[in-house]
Design a protein around this ligand. Structure first.
Ligand code: UDX
Ligand code: ADP
Length: 460
């Protein structure tokens, strides 16, 4: 069996950074180097002030403090790290294509291909190459073809090892995974990776499959999770019409052990880098095999999610007498969920865009997301000019500052701190009637009603 002494991970993002940090923490004898082309990102990973890490994850600072400089290194020297490694993880981004065939659906694999070509060009001895990024089924085939055809005659073994960590709980998910999935063809390569995880994960939780099952399982896991959120969100609209309460319905059905209680929280819509991208990918693959019914079925999960975001924005406009023009709406939260600074596909972006079309003035407060990121997200949509976005949207670093003088507050992210605010004081500073639109069902309806707010929550 091959013993792995040096691991390199290409891509120091939300997946690569935390995953490699934990692998290094639990395997002190293995040297782990995480490389990225982005110098600023690597500098941030190396920052002596652990508050400046590029990814905010509870508990990550302690892991980094333990392993960094011991057997965990962050660098921009990609070639050297490839050359030295026995095992190379590919953890680069695979965004949805914005051009050409499969635009808006298929995964853009250009970063993956660039990595493969670079590995092939540099490698002078046999390597195990591990797909960590989420990829369409049968990407391993393309990877192998590039490596074998452009390499220096050395052997490459490809493994698929999809990441199931959720942001905000990445460190606990990595420390205590429900399962680790490893797909591959070569038993020795599989065993080498199993041994890395076995340093802290019980063997019975390390599943091995063929390559294609592993690649597909990642897409399917995310599709099932997203489907649950869209299912409960669909019911939230029905609840609003019928007088049922979606939390009560979720509790009632979740007690059925066949259904289970998790992932049944109605919301303004799911976001994050994975759900939408992975479902679009699944839909694209199904269509490419002419499986129209299968593709349509999964596409509906996205359609419902888009509907939920639009519906929330429409509810705000309609409730505020059908006009938000020039009105001050305070956004509590911008991240796609609590305990992360990640904003990719966050519902907040699309709700804001809708309200800005109606010329609302939005003031955003998020405990972890920077003003720069918020403007970047809005500019990226291309709906209006950067100047317009800066005219209509202000970002503040104090929640009371965001809410002072507001016509309405909208809760977009379920940050715990929003519950602890002095809502009586906030009420005094807001315009009357004072509206609260709770897209996360986070706040206490009774208390807010008692204070005189006009309170609207999803699914009630
Ligand atoms: C997800 C998967 O959970 C993880 O296994 C995979 O590796 C990556 O994608 P992540 O995107 O980090 O993780 O977050 P997750 O906790 O799954 O939440 C996704 C979105 O769904 C968030 O916007 C969240 O607010 C929303 N959500 C989740 C709900 O609206 N209701 C729920 O009940 C659960
Ligand atoms: P994820 O959520 O999948 O981790 P991120 O976008 O957070 O995605 O991180 C991916 C990282 O991969 C980025 O920091 C990007 O700079 C890096 N990257 C992309 N292509 C390459 C490459 N060829 N070599 C090194 N780093 C790369």
């Amino acid at each position: 069996m091959k013993t792995i002494k040096k691991i390199t991970c290409i891509g120091a993002g939300y997946v690569g950074g935390p995953t490699m940090s934990v692998i290094a923490q639990k395997n002190p004898d293995v040297q782990v180097t995480v490389v990225d082309l982005n110098q600023a990102r690597i500098d941030a990973w190396n920052d002596s002030d652990l508050n400046n890490l590029p990814v905010y994850e509870p508990g990550l600072d302690a892991v980094i403090a333990e392993a960094r400089g011991r057997n965990l290194f962050f660098s921009t020297d990609v070639e050297r790290a490839i050359d030295e490694a026995d095992m190379i993880f590919i953890s680069v981004n695979t965004p949805t294509k914005t051009y050409g065939k499969g635009k808006g659906q298929a995964a853009d694999l250009k970063f993956i291909e660039l990595c493969a070509r670079q590995i092939a060009a540099v490698a002078k001895d046999d390597k195990i190459v591990v797909e960590k990024s989420t990829l369409p089924v049968r990407t391993a085939e393309a990877l192998k073809s590039i490596l074998d055809n452009t390499g220096n005659g050395v052997n490459f073994h490809i493994l698929s090892n999809p990441e199931f960590l959720a942001e905000g709980t990445a460190v606990t998910d990595l420390h205590n995974p429900d399962r680790v999935l490893i797909g591959g063809e070569d038993e020795t390569a599989i065993e080498a990776l199993v041994n890395i995880y076995a340093a802290w994960v019980p063997r019975e939780r390390i599943l091995t499959t063929n390559l294609w099952s592993s690649e597909l399982s990642k897409l399917v896991a995310n599709a099932f999770l997203a489907q649950r959120v869209s299912s409960i969100n669909a019911i939230s609209e029905l609840c609003e019409m019928t007088g049922a309460n979606v939390d009560e319905v979720a509790r009632a059905i979740g007690q059925d052990s066949r259904i289970g209680p998790k992932f049944l929280k109605a919301s303004v819509g799911f976001g994050g880098s994975c759900f939408q991208k992975d479902i679009l990918n699944l839909v694209y693959i199904a269509r490419s095999y002419n499986l129209t019914a299968v593709a349509d079925y999964w596409e509906q999960v996205i359609i419902l999610n888009d509907h939920q975001k639009t519906r929330f924005a429409e509810k705000i406009i309609q409730t505020m007498y059908n006009t938000v023009n020039g009105k001050h709406i305070a956004f509590l939260g911008w991240a796609f969920k609590k305990d992360t600074n990640d904003t990719r596909e966050s519902a907040a972006i699309y709700v804001a865009d809708h309200l800005l079309d109606e010329e609302a003035n939005i003031v955003v407060y998020d405990p972890k997301v920077s003003a720069e990121q918020i403007y970047k997200d809005l500019d990226y949509l291309g709906t209006r000019t950067p100047e317009e976005n800066r005219r209509l949207v202000k970002v503040v670093d104090n929640p009371y500052g965001a809410l002072d003088g507001a016509h309405a507050a909208a809760v977009l992210t379920e940050w715990d701190e929003f519950k602890t605010y002095d809502w009586a004081k906030i009420k005094k500073g807001m315009k009357k009637p004072s509206f609260v639109f709770d897209g996360r069902k986070l706040l206490d309806r009774k208390e807010l009603n008692r204070l005189g707010f006009a309170y609207y929550a999803i699914g009630e």
